[in-house]
Ligand binder design. Structure first.
Ligand code: 13P
Length: 256
């Protein structure tokens, strides 16, 4: 059985005060949520990682980075390595978020290097995949997702891939208020799981958690989580409001 996993992606939001306050509200709001029932993480901006990790140190909520670089150290101005992330208490890193693919211009090759470096460096990667609206309308969803998954995991064996979480985030549903219907999301999650079974084996495919992301709210959490292959949620906007994120966590933890 795959344990539900809810992660909040704060993107380029919060400041030194509000990030820690939000973390404290989440820590106190999840005191009753058993770590056996759900995996939890938040991904604040790099500059607040350490303070947020400290505020969450007595909680079940792990901290993740929104990105990372694949080189271990050196002349890479502006970049952050896995050892730096571990040093400030980070357990996860998002790799290939659609905003990094489409706004910053990251390629599948770069994302693959980041996923590999995260695993090698002891950071658990959350590989984000998903199609643009034009690609969905052009019936290319499966091709795009196949490319993102195959390229993102290229050269990684099954043992390494067991450290990976996949997040399916259709770009047209991110920050738009347009959520994929539970059926649309389930179809793609099922497709990804079958793809993983083809690439590796059925056992590994059955163990990897596949999260859905894109306009997740307290009101649509239960129906998304009710889908067989939706193992959790990657939440943007609603993760910035403690009450909303806590409601999402409570609903997702009900999945049995
Ligand atoms: P929203 O929940 O704001 O649509 O963002 C989703 C997302 O991109 C999470 O990584």
């Amino acid at each position: 059985m795959r344990k539900p996993f809810v992660a909040g992606n704060w993107k380029m939001n919060t400041d030194s005060y509000t990030s820690v306050n939000l973390a404290k509200d989440l820590a106190s709001g999840t005191l009753e949520v058993a770590s056996e029932s759900i995996t939890l993480a938040v991904c604040p901006p790099f500059v607040y990682l350490q303070a947020v990790a400290k505020a969450l140190s007595a909680s079940n909520i792990a901290v993740g980075a929104q990105d990372m670089y694949f080189e271990p150290k050196g002349a890479f101005t502006g970049e952050i390595s896995t050892s730096m992330l571990k040093d400030v208490g980070c357990a996860y890193a998002l790799c290939g978020h659609s905003e990094r693919r489409h706004v910053i211009g990251e390629t599948d090759e770069l994302i693959n290097k980041k996923v590999a470096a995260a695993i090698a460096g002891g950071i658990l990667p959350i590989l984000c995949v998903g199609e643009l609206l034009a690609e969905r309308e052009d019936s290319q969803t499966e091709d795009v997702v196949t490319r993102h998954v195959k390229c993102g995991l290229a050269e990684l064996n099954a043992e390494k891939v067991s450290a990976v979480t996949i997040a399916y985030e259709p770009v047209w549903a991110i920050g738009t208020g347009l959520t994929a219907t539970p059926q649309q999301a389930q179809e793609v999650h099922d497709f990804i799981r079958k793809l993983l079974a083809e690439m590796y084996d059925g056992q590994l495919a059955g163990e990897i958690r596949i999260l859905y992301g894109g306009s997740v709210k307290p009101g649509n959490t239960a129906e998304l989580m009710a889908q067989q292959d939706i193992d959790g949620l990657l939440v943007g906007g609603a993760s910035l409001k403690a009450d909303d994120f806590l409601a999402i966590i409570q609903a997702a933890a009900q999945k049995t």
